[in-house]
Write a protein that binds this ligand. Structure first.
Ligand code: AMP
Ligand code: GLY
Length: 434
């Protein structure tokens, strides 16, 4: 355990809203000395020092952390995890929050993750995996629609097609093998289509102990009514009101079973394991695992976490998470993402953003930066598709939701786009999914 009066300098990798939320929570800790964020964004520079460092270069990251005397490295996104940045940092003798390349395969390869789930006896969609187009197409025709076609590797959330028609599934298979996702699509996983509400359960783990976090639910589609293309996430809330105690217990057990299986296979997973679930009529089943915090899930989970995040992350990195119990605020959290018009397709950057300070000054409101930057004139401008996530806390789900939307109205930039139905379905109850 870190001494009460001890401070450490920390390096955080990433540049999204997730990283701004992590940065804020880390700097709230009395243990946090200087926080370096590589590369960071227009929000992280308010709480730490943005540094120009290639987050995907294991040697460069380890070298920077060593030179600066960092006592902890926290890895936000999946790409550095998959290329082994955590391994390099640990080899340099520095505690690291994030799995090594082997554990990151839970996200980096859908097939690997399916095989771990099978060996752990964890419920997930039935599937086949293929490395050539002909056998994949034969399987698709034999199974018939609906089917879900997934590129095996990292595809920035774009490698999954839920095909309701046979022709759509065939097209998706063809696209993967034609190279639409590069190397990521050279293996294809084809799954049965599951139905039900989705729910995410993230967990801290040190490879031995698992401490599940609060539940959350993202809204992946770009348009209201869950229509339009998939995005990184348009809004999220925590906890998920429609989950039963039994479903919750099942999801927690699944997280434990998977970490135990990984450990049995020699993978000591230290970081955040993200379980994406579908609450099917036959119980919760896993849709996917991610090897990191979710974005925007982090923007509703961390504001509700009452622990000192540096202590929790160090406990994961140094394997004494059994000494930590998590505690959560009773408040509800809702986050609405403000995007640039056109996202997830092409969009313009450099639009001046106003009203962030007014929104952030509201009680129980936090504005997390994602695609923002500060221009030469010192103005805050848009610099990405997902620009800001506006999180509000409330004593009821409805109060949190209303407050989030009220805060969103104070912020303006040309092309500002948002979904107005974040959390609406959950507010109506479980029947809204029937
Ligand atoms: P993934 O990246 O694997 O989570 O997939 C992205 C989204 O596709 C999920 O959030 C679900 O909405 C959907 N999806 C993935 N797998 C399935 C499945 N087997 N059945 C139904 N929907 C799925
Ligand atoms: N919001 C979904 C993810 O982070 O993968």
């Amino acid at each position: 355990m870190i001494e009460a009066s001890q401070t450490i300098d920390i390096l955080l990798l990433g540049s999204g809203g997730r990283e701004h939320a992590l940065a804020k929570k880390l700097t709230e800790s009395a243990h946090c000395g200087t926080l370096y964020i590589a590369p960071g964004n227009g929000g992280t520079l308010e709480v730490g020092e943005n540094v120009d460092l290639n987050e995907n270069d294991p040697a460069a990251v380890a070298e920077f952390a060593r030179e600066m005397g960092c006592g902890l490295v926290v890895i936000g996104p999946e790409a550095p995890l998959v290329v082994g940045v955590a391994d390099a940092v640990r080899e340099a003798g520095i505690p690291c929050f994030g799995p090594g390349a082997a554990g990151a395969q839970m996200e980096g390869s859908k097939l690997f993750s399916k095989q771990v789930m099978e060996r752990a006896g964890v419920p997930t969609a039935a599937y086949g995996s293929f490395t050539d187009e002909e056998s994949a197409l034969a399987y698709v025709r034999e199974q018939g629609a609906p089917l879900v076609v997934k590129a095996d590797g990292l595809a920035a959330g774009k490698g999954v097609v839920v095909a309701t028609e046979l022709a759509q599934a065939e097209e998706a298979v063809h696209e993967c093998f034609a190279g639409a996702f590069g190397e990521a699509g050279s293996t294809v996983v084809i799954e049965e289509m599951l139905t039900g509400p989705e729910c995410s359960l993230l967990a801290f783990t040190d490879g031995k102990t698992v401490r599940p976090m609060a539940t959350s639910q993202d809204h992946k589609r770009a348009l209201e009514g869950d229509r339009g293309p998939n995005t990184g996430g348009m809004g999220v809330y925590s906890p998920v009101p429609i989950v039963t105690d039994e479903e919750h217990a099942t999801m927690e057990q699944i997280m434990v079973d998977v970490v135990v299986e990984l450990a049995a296979e020699g993978i000591d997973y230290r970081g955040c394991l993200y379980g994406g679930f579908m609450l099917t009529p036959a119980g919760p089943k896993v849709l996917e695992f991610n090897a990191r915090f979710g974005d925007p899930e982090t923007q509703v989970i961390l504001p509700r976490l009452q622990n000192d995040l540096v202590e929790v992350m160090l406990a994961c990195a140094e394997q004494h998470l059994d000494e930590v119990e998590l505690s959560w605020s009773d408040k509800w959290a809702v986050a609405v993402v403000l995007t640039s018009a056109g996202y997830p397709g092409s969009y313009e950057k450099g639009k001046v953003i106003t009203g962030v300070e007014d929104a952030a000054a509201m009680d129980d409101v936090t504005v997390y930066h994602a695609g923002t930057a500060v221009n030469e004139a010192g103005e805050l401008v848009t610099n990405g598709g997902r620009v800001l996530a506006v999180t509000a806390l409330g004593d009821t789900f409805e109060a949190a939701r209303n407050l989030a939307y009220e805060a969103c109205e104070k912020i303006e930039f040309e092309g500002k786009t948002l979904r107005h139905d974040i959390g609406l379905r959950a507010l109506k109850g479980r029947e809204a999914w029937d």
